[in-house]
Design a protein around this ligand. Structure first.
Ligand code: AOF
Ligand code: ZN
Length: 370
């Protein structure tokens, strides 16, 4: 049984892990707290960037000699492999750790086995402490390990009657400054932000992160880490002066294999197959391409047609809706055709969170298990 101090340390380790969100792909976010032999916090650490030291190593360094006879509390099973860094299981043994409490087993076959190595060396090992919360902070990485594609979060803003723009196409702004700041946090935690050509034409979005801090990846003019901007533009119609082509963040324009030749300053172009049914590009092919580039989390930002294509492809893992207490009556809906024609086909979701953001509501939901 884990002690109260260990549960407290795990809560802290999960919060530490969250600091890595948006910075560690293709690796997980991991947090670690070292308790000394008396159960007091001796060191803390988190995985800060792929290729850098693992959480356990940072925490052991901080603890120094106080680790001897102590306990390591870590959100993910310590690794057993020599990859870009040495095996953490061995580092914990070398530091004199006598007990390891971890939350989630490592699904990465290459790295797994740390728990068995530690137990074989006589270390007391306990798993599963606050596993749900630790899995939640790592949901993008765990999902991408499971499916071999990035985790996809579809975010939209709408009025209470589900409109994302007025009849004349205007949409700035439907939601409050608080909601929009929250979207910037989502962007900062994502590896890539995806929009379709319709949104590009209608809104000419910049898709950069403002006010986020970060260490890995490309930097924008404001010094923040910037997610990869991805535009799905099957017919290669993007205007050369589109704001996403300003060169302040890495940008990928995905066009169809048969699209006209494009040469764009400020962006890379990739050719993808067309969707098997319906307009646009093949969503699984896009996600495969992004996964191959080390992208583990995708924020789907718009618009209604693209969201419909992702939902029809069953490629949405989480929905975050920002609902403003306003009505428009006419205008573009938040979601267009998703291949659903009758009520029994409705895509049922389960609410996981409802939060008030200023005057708005933020509703988070995941597809219900089928
Ligand atoms: C991390 N950070 O704190 C822990 C990880 O690419 P490598 O060699 O650094 O190894 C990454 C794998 O190590 C990762 O997929 C996971 O299975 C394991 N544990 N990884 O990046 C950490 N503890
Ligand atoms: Zn490790």
């Amino acid at each position: 049984m884990a002690t109260t101090a260990e549960a407290e340390a795990m809560r802290r380790a999960i919060a530490l892990a969250a600091r890595g969100l948006g910075h560690t792909s293709p690796n997980p976010v991991v947090g670690c707290v070292i308790l000394d032999a008396d159960g007091r916090t001796a060191g803390e650490g988190w995985h800060q960037r792929a290729g850098g030291p693992h959480a356990e190593v940072h925490a052991l360094r901080a603890a120094g000699e106080r680790a001897r006879g102590g306990t390591a509390v870590v959100t993910l099973e310590p690794c057993n492999h020599t990859g870009r860094t040495g095996p953490c299981a061995q580092a914990l043994l070398d530091a004199g750790i006598v007990r390891v409490v971890y939350a989630v087993a490592d699904p990465n076959a290459k790295a797994a086995g740390g728990a068995a190595t530690l137990a074989a060396a006589g270390t007391a090992v306990e798993s599963g402490l606050l596993a749900d919360q630790a899995a939640a902070v790592n949901e993008a990485w765990l999902t991408s390990m499971r499916f071999g594609r990035p985790f996809v979060l579809w975010k939209y803003a709408a009025t209470l009657d589900g409109r994302s723009a007025a009849a004349d196409g205007t949409s700035r702004w439907i939601t409050s400054a608080e909601s929009r700041a929250d979207v910037h946090r989502l962007r900062a935690e994502s590896d890539a932000v995806v929009v379709g050509s319709g949104t590009l034409r209608a809104d000419d979005p910049h898709l950069a992160v403002r006010g986020a801090s970060g260490s890995n990846g490309a930097s924008g003019s404001n010094g923040a880490r910037q997610p990869l901007r991805v535009v799905l533009d099957s017919k290669a119609t993007i205007a050369p002066d589109a704001r996403v082509l300003d060169g302040t963040a890495p940008t990928l324009i995905a066009v169809a294999e048969d699209a006209p030749a494009v040469r764009l300053a400020g962006a890379e172009t990739v050719r993808l197959p067309r969707a098997i049914s319906g307009p646009g590009l093949d969503i699984p092919a896009l996600l495969g391409e992004l996964h191959g580039r080390g992208i583990r989390s995708v924020l789907l930002e718009g618009g209604p047609t693209l969201a419909g294509a992702f939902l029809a492809a069953r490629a949405v893992d989480k929905v975050v809706g920002y609902l403003a207490p306003a009505l428009l009556g006419a205008g573009a809906p938040a979601l267009a055709d998703a291949g659903i024609t009758t009520i029994t086909q409705a895509l049922r979701l389960e609410l996981t969170d409802v939060t008030r953001l200023g005057p708005d509501l933020r509703i988070t939901a995941v597809p219900a298990p089928t």
